[in-house]
Structures are given as C-alpha cells and as structure tokens.
Design a protein around this ligand. Structure first.
Ligand code: HEM
Length: 452
C-alpha cells in the first residue's frame, strides 16, 4: 500500500494495474471527502491516449499539431474530448502525458514542487531564448535566477510602477484612438509595440530605445519559435530569427553598459554566487530577452482579447460595479489563455497526476489551452472572489509566472480606460484567434475608434 499526498489529499493505491479503467473523477475528492478518498484507489497505469511504442513512437507523434499556430490550442481540446483530461501521446519523439484540466494541473504543480522536473524545450527554442535563460534553466540555477528576478516584479515593486503604467496606458489609448479615428487599423501590432516599450522602460529604465527596430526584430525572433529548425539554411525563418536575436542582443548590450545600476539590470549585473562568480553579459542578455518576450506578447494578447469581448453591456456593468473588473479580467485570461502549454521532462521518480502514473524520462505537459479553451463564454458568470493574478493562465508550482502582478496591473489600467471608449470592429475581417505565439485574431483586430 502506498500513501501518496496529492494537494493535501490522501489517496491509497490498493491494487496496481487493476484499476486503470476507473474514471478519474472517481479518484479525485475534495478535502471534505477525505475518507471517501481512502476507499478509492489511485490507478498505477499510464493514462489513456495514443500508443507510445518504443521505436515507432514517431508514427504517433503529435508535435506538428502542438507547434502549429492553427491547432496549438484546439489540438489539446480535441485529444481531451477523445481520451479525457489526462492523456498520453508522443511529442518531440518522446512519450508525453498532457494534463488538461484544473485538478490534474494542480497535481502536476504539487509534484513539480517536490520532485525533479526539468524545463523542456526543443534545441532551436533553447538557442532562441539563450542557454542561461530562466525559462530553459532547471534546478538550483533556475531557483537562483528566480530569486534575482522576482523582487523587480513583486506586488510592491509593481505598485511603484503604477503611475508609469497608468499614464503610459492612457497616453497610448489617446494616441491610438486618434490614429484609428477615420479608418480601420489593426491594433495588435500597436499593442505589441506598446508592451515591448513598457517592459523595457519598467525593467531596464530605458525610454530612448529605437523601439521600431526592436519590435521588428522581436517579431522576427518570435516567428522562429513556430518555424521548423532549419538554421543551416540562411534564408529560412529559423536562421532569420537567430540573426534578429543577435541584433537584439547587441542593442541590449548598449543599454546594459549605460544602465548597469538600474533595477533589474543592477540586480543581474551585481550578482555574485557563493564562489564570487558573476553572470556574464551574455547571461544577463538571455534573461532580459526572456523577460521582454515572455511579458510583451502574452499581455498584448490578453488586452486584445479584452477589447474583443468588451461589449457595450459589459462596459456598463463594469462602470456601475467597478469591483467586477477583477472577475472580468480573470475570465478573459481563462477563456483566452495567452500561453497555450509548457513542457517538462520528468527525471527521476514516477509522478502521480490525475490518478495516473507518469514514469521517469517521459515528458509532461501543462495544457493550459486544453484546460481553459472549453470554459464558458457567459460573461455574466463572473465569480466574486476571482483575482486575475492567481489565474490558472499564469501556471502554477515553482515556475508560476513571475510577471503575473505586473500583467494584472496593466490589464486593470487598460480596462479602466477602455470602458470609457467606443469603437467599431471592421466587419470584413477574420476574428479567428491563433497562437503566433500569443493568442491573436488573424487580421490583427481591425477597429475604428469613435471619438468622444
Ligand atoms: C497576461 C500575461 C501573462 C501570462 C498569461 C503569462 C503566463 C505565463 C505562463 C503560463 C508561464 C509558464 C509557467 C510554467 O512554466 O509553469 C509563464 C512564465 C514566465 N513568465 Fe509570464 N505571463 C504573462 C505575463 C508576464 C510578464 C508581464 C512577465 C514579465 C515581464 C512574464 C515573465 C515570465 C517569465 C520570466 C516566465 C518564466 C518563469 C520560470 O520559468 O520560472 N510573464 N508566464
């Protein structure tokens, strides 16, 4: 008999392999039903799903669907419908288990907090983020980088940026509404560019950057995340993305030289480990680039989704009951999760997720899109105690998004301004949303503001 603590629940495995057929809703219980849990076995089998044969897994590999911007989110939903919320498949030619509901993702976060899981990225993604990026590092080096970065994104730090955020958002929307007064203009590129400047200004203290070049290069860089890894072909998207990375790095190097005592940069530049070793300029660049890219596309995506759902009725509700704004933003993040998934490599011990066993050396995926895409889009269904910064869209466990307070504060600033503005969506546009890599409508959300 094995005692297994799962999210402070006690689940007993009674007969290994004998209970793989049970519906996992039967093995999951709330604290108030703790005794029921003791009577209900936890399966020791791997979850249902695609075959994972040792040498022929490539025949059942789902990587293409997972990395394709069109199917990145819907793929998880269709497999979830086919096999249930915890299912197995193959990605990157390895067996993988997907957790695509709130409960199994909570199990996975709890397991990740106590077991040895590594961040997992295909080699060309690692090259794009940089080998010392917080995103690709694991273990002690990951924990060290988080300790360095987190204080500049803590709730107290974000409060100190509040004024900059509020005035930047108000000015941006004022300029945008003038620009989009007489014709339909796609606002996604404008929002992306705004977020890049905001993150650079807040974290690096630089407002004199040649933003247009940085935005163009970051856009080329992010296309590399979705492109096949054909770096050896100089004209391929992957090779162009790597060249854009080099240009971004050289621009960041100049800021680092000039602003090496400011906020986040100061912390990274002055860091010394127990042996007195410091981070190289390359290490600092990897992490600054990670923060700019992780923070800008995701937040721009959430604001785009907010604009798409803000109907006159919802605006009136928020104006009459401003306290509902938090619940509305929480809902936007849940229904349109800006980040679709994250992958880990399970290293040493089996994991228990959703009542199933995940063996060492398997990949395991937080399927945010699978978990959240199927949520109700009923906008009157706003939960009173919801808070955007604790949304499942920010992940969970030791890698939960460190930028969640900054993102929520920016979203609130947008919501406060947007409820007082009016606009019309271009009726001749494709509003289908795809991950590119944030979730954006195909035609960049073309709209025209009606000046007040
Ligand atoms: C609506 C906006 C945002 C969403 C939905 C979002 C979502 C996420 C998610 C799902 C993760 C992965 C967690 C995991 O691997 O388990 C993550 C990680 C991360 N996010 Fe965010 N994020 C947002 C905004 C931001 C902002 C504004 C910043 C900073 C400027 C930021 C910086 C990061 C970093 C550095 C990581 C890597 C953390 C690690 O590996 O330890 N994010 N984010």
């Amino acid at each position: 008999m094995l005692v297994h603590p799962l999210n402070s629940l006690v689940v007993f495995i009674l007969v290994p392999h004998a209970v793989s057929f049970i519906d996992q809703t039967n093995v999951r219980v709330s604290n108030s039903h703790r005794f029921a849990a003791i009577a209900q076995p936890c399966s020791e089998a791997s979850p249902p799903g695609r075959p994972t044969p040792r040498f022929f897994s490539f025949l059942f590999d789902d990587t293409f669907q997972l990395l394709n911007s069109k199917t990145m989110g819907t793929y998880q939903v269709s497999r979830k419908r086919q096999f249930g919320p915890v299912y197995k498949s193959n990605i990157f030619f390895r067996p993988a288990v997907f957790a695509t509901d709130e409960a199994s993702m909570a199990d996975l976060s709890a397991e990740e907090s106590r077991k040895n899981l590594d961040a997992f990225f295909p080699p060309h993604h690692k090259k794009l983020f940089g080998p010392q990026s917080l995103l690709v590092q694991s273990g002690e080096q990951h924990a060290r980088l988080r300790r360095l970065i987190q204080p500049t994104l803590s709730p107290a730090a974000v409060k100190s940026y509040q004024q900059v955020i509020d005035s930047s958002v108000a000015k941006f929307l004022q300029d945008l509404s003038r620009k989009c007064a007489s014709e339909y203009v796609p606002v996604v590129p404008e929002l992306r560019s705004f977020f890049i400047s905001l993150v650079v200004q807040i974290l690096l203290g630089d407002d004199a950057l040649d933003n247009n070049k940085l935005v163009a290069d970051l856009s080329l860089w992010s296309k590399g995340l979705l492109a096949p890894p054909l770096n050896f072909m100089p004209w391929s998207t992957a090779a162009r993305a790597m060249r854009a990375r080099k240009r971004i790095a050289s621009r960041l190097e100049t800021i680092i030289e000039n602003k090496s005592t400011y906020g986040l940069l100061g912390r990274l530049v002055s860091y010394r480990d127990e042996n007195g070793d410091k981070l190289s300029t390359g290490d600092v660049i990897d992490n600054v680039l990670t923060l700019i890219s992780a923070g800008s596309d995701t937040t721009a995506s959430a604001v785009t989704s907010l604009i798409m759902i803000l109907s006159p009725e919802i605006k009136e509700t928020i104006k009459a009951e401003p306290e509902k704004m938090l619940a509305l933003l929480d809902k936007v993040l849940r229904v349109y999760p800006p980040a679709p998934f994250q992958v880990r490599l399970n290293k040493d011990e089996p994991l228990h997720v959703g009542g199933y066993l995940i063996p060492p050396n398997w990949l395991v995926v937080y399927g945010y899109a699978g978990a959240l895409f199927s949520e109700s889009t009923e906008w009157t269904d706003l939960k009173d105690n919801a808070s955007p910064s604790s949304s499942l869209a920010f992940g969970g466990g030791p890698r939960m998004c460190p930028g969640r307070w900054l993102a929520s504060t920016v979203l609130m600033a947008y919501c406060r301004e947007l409820v007082n503005l009016e606009w019309k969506l271009d009726p001749n546009q494709n509003l289908e949303q795809r991950y590119t890599p944030g979730l954006f409508p195909m035609d960049g959300l073309r709209l025209k503001f009606t000046l007040q």
